[in-house]
Design a protein around this ligand. Structure first.
Ligand code: BES
Ligand code: MN
Ligand code: ZN
Length: 500
C-alpha cells in the first residue's frame, strides 16, 4: 500500500472511497463531512437525523455517491465523543475502515486528517496515527496459505490536508508512522512464523538482513563462543535442540561514543516445548511465539536505525529452542550462569529466565547504562492481566515511568507489578545460589525477582508480554495472532531518551 500526503480538497478527490467522520452527540455533519453532505444533497444529515449515523466509535457507514462527487463512496466513520478522542481510537478507526473497504475490493482510498485540532491532537499526530492504523490493521499473515484471500488489496491511501504549509511536516509524521508500523509487522511476521521456519538461525539471518539493509552492526555468537563466555544457563536450555543456538547482538550507534546508552534484551525461544518438564499437548503450537520479545527488540532496532536518534542502542537475543531429549537438562540439575551464580533447575519449562540471565549478564559486561528486557515469560502474568496489558517490573522507578509514558503514546498498555522483597524467598535453593521457579504463588513476580538478581544495580525494566504478544481474535488495529507488542513502545522510549 502506498501512503501519500497531498494538499487539496477532499470533495474534489477522485478515489474509490473517501473517509470523513462524525462525532457522537453532534446533531448535524461538521467540517469536511458537512462539505460532502452538501454535494450529496443532505444524505449524511438525513442519516444522522434518522439515527443511522450516531457517531459511535467504530461505526462505519458507506454512502454511494452516484456521480454526485468524484469519489465513488463516502465513508462516515464514527469517532465517539469529541472530548474522548485519542490517537489509539484514530488508529483503530482507520484499521476498521480499511478492513471493511478491503472486503469490498476497494483499491484507492482518501481520508481527511481525522481529529486534527481536537483533544490536543495535531494534524501531524493524526497523520502518524492514521498511517499506523492502516498498516497495522491491514496486516495479514498468509505466508503459508496458497489459496487466494477473500478480500482485495488497498493499493493507495491518500491523506488530504487543506493546509499547503503543512505538507512537509505531515509527510515526515506519516513516514515515522510507516517505519514503526512496518517494524511492528516485521515482529508479527517473526512471531507468526512456525518454529520450523523461524529457527534461531533464521532469527539471526533476519537480523543480519536488517542490519545490512538499515545500517547497524550485528554479531552472532556461536555455541563455542557462548561456551567461552561461560553462559551455562543459556547453553543448558539449548542442550537438547538439534538447532544451533545463536546469541544475537545488534548495535546501533547514533552518537560518537562507545557508551551503550540502553540495551534491549529479548527472550528468543523459537519453540518452547517445556523440555523434560514437558508442556501439555493442547495449545503447545502457540509456543512457536515464545521468541516474541526477541522479535520485538530486533524489529525495534531496525526502526531506530531508520529514525536515527542520537543515542547508542544494543539489542541482545539469546535464541534457542527448548526441547526434551537424551541430552536435555533435567529437574534437579545445577547450571552455572555467566555471572558466576549457580542455578538449580526445578522446572525445565522455566527456561526463559535462564536464557535471559545470561543475556542480561552480557549486556552488563558491555556496560549498558540501562536495560529493558522483553519476554513471554510467565503464564501467571497472562492470567493476571489477560491480553490487555503487559506486566511491568523494575528496580528503578524513574526509568519505569519513561517506559510507561512511551507505552501510553503507543497505545500499548503496561501495568506495574510488585517486586516485594518477600518474593525472593520463594527462589531460594538449598543446593545452589538460586532456583529457577518460585512455586505456584505470584509466578510473574518471582520470575521478575529471578531476573532482578542478574540485572543487579543497573537500572532495569522487565516487560512480561506472555499475555499481550498474541491475540486470539482481532481488536482494532491488532489482528488475530501476533501483535508486535511492544515494538512501538521501545521505539518511543529510545526516541524520548535521545531527546534529553
Ligand atoms: N513461555 C512460557 C510462558 C508463556 C505461557 C508464554 C503462556 C505465553 C503463553 C514460559 O517459558 C513458561 O513455560 N513459564 C512457566 C513457568 C513455570 C514453570 C514456573 C509458566 O508460566 O507456567
Ligand atoms: Mn517454558
Ligand atoms: Zn517459554
Amino acid at each position: 500500500m502506498e501512503i501519500k500526503v497531498v494538499t487539496g480538497d477532499i470533495a474534489k478527490t477522485k478515489v474509490d472511497a473517501v473517509i470523513v467522520n462524525h462525532f457522537d452527540g453532534l446533531e448535524r455533519p461538521d467540517g469536511d463531512a458537512a462539505v460532502l453532505d452538501k454535494a450529496l444533497g443532505g444524505t449524511i444529515a438525513q442519516l444522522i437525523r434518522t439515527g443511522e449515523i450516531k457517531g459511535k466509535l467504530n461505526e462505519l457507514t458507506i454512502i454511494h455517491t452516484q456521480g454526485k462527487l468524484p469519489a465513488d463512496r463516502v465513508i462516515v466513520a464514527g469517532l465517539g465523543k469529541k472530548s474522548e478522542l485519542s490517537l489509539d481510537k484514530l488508529r483503530g478507526s482507520m484499521a476498521n475502515a480499511g478492513r471493511l473497504l478491503r472486503r469490498k475490493y476497494v483499491t484507492t482510498v482518501a481520508t481527511v486528517m481525522h481529529g486534527a485540532g481536537i483533544a490536543g491532537i495535531t494534524a501531524e499526530d493524526s497523520a502518524q496515527a492514521l498511517t499506523e492504523g492502516a498498516l497495522l490493521g491491514l496486516y495479514a499473515f498468509r505466508h503459508h496459505i496458497t489459496k487466494e484471500p477473500e478480500f482485495g488489496e488497498i493499493k493507495s491511501l491518500t491523506m488530504v490536508s487543506p493546509d499547503r504549509g503543512k505538507v512537509a511536516s505531515l509527510r515526515r509524521a506519516s513516514n515515522k508512522g510507516k517505519i514503526v508500523a512496518e517494524a511492528t509487522n516485521l515482529a508479527r511476521d517473526m512471531v507468526n512464523e512456525p518454529s520450523n521456519h523461524m529457527t534461531p538461525t533464521d532469527m539471526a539471518e533476519m537480523a543480519a538482513w536488517l542490519a545490512k539493509n538499515y545500517g547497524f552492526d550485528i554479531t552472532v555468537l556461536e555455541r563455542e563462543e557462548v561456551e567461552k563466555l561461560g553462559m551455562g544457563a543459556f547453553l543448558g536450555v539449548a542442550k537438547a535442540s538439534e538447532q544451533p543456538p545463536k546469541f544475537i547482538v545488534l548495535t546501533y550507534k547514533g552518537r560518537q561514543s562507545r557508551d551503550i546508552d540502553i540495551a534491549l534484551v529479548g527472550k528468543g525461544i523459537t519453540f518452547d516445548s517445556g523440555g523434560i518438564s514437558l508442556k501439555p499437548a493442547e495449545g503447545m503450537e502457540e509456543m512457536k511465539g515464545d521468541m516474541a520479545g526477541g522479535a520485538s527488540v530486533i524489529a525495534a532496532t531496525s526502526a531506530i536505525a531508520q529514525l536515527k536518534p542520537r543515542i547508542n542502542v544494543m539489542a541482545v537475543v539469546a535464541a534457542t529452542e527448548n526441547l526434551p531429549g537424551g541430552n536435555a537438562i533435567k529437574p534437579g540439575d545445577v547450571l552455572k550462569a555467566m555471572s558466576g551464580k549457580t542455578i538449580e533447575i526445578i522446572s525445565t519449562d522455566a527456561e526463559g529466565r535462564l536464557t535471559l540471565a545470561d543475556a542480561l549478564a552480557y549486556a552488563k559486561q558491555k556496560k549498558a547504562k540501562q536495560i529493558i528486557d522483553v519476554a513471554t515469560l510467565t503464564g501467571a502474568c497472562r492470567t493476571a492481566l489477560g491480553d490487555v496489558a503487559s506486566g511491568g517490573f523494575t528496580n528503578n522507578q524513574e526509568l519505569f515511568d519513561k517506559v510507561i509514558a512511551a507505552g501510553k503514546e503507543a497505545g500499548e498498555k503496561i501495568w506495574p507489578m510488585p517486586m516485594y522483597e518477600e518474593y525472593k524467598e520463594q527462589n531460594k535453593s538449598e543446593v545452589a545460589d538460586i532456583k529457577n521457579t518460585g512455586g505456584r504463588l505470584a509466578g510473574a513476580s518471582t520470575a521478575a525477582q529471578f531476573l532482578a538478581e542478574f540485572a543487579g544495580d543497573t537500572p532495569w525494566v522487565h516487560l512480561d508480554i506472555a499475555g499481550t504478544s498474541i491475540l486470539d481474535k482481532e481488536r482494532n488495529y491488532a489482528v488475530k495472532g501476533a501483535t508486535g507488542v511492544p515494538v512501538r513502545t521501545l521505539v518511543n522510549l529510545v526516541l524520548a531518551l535521545a531527546k534529553k
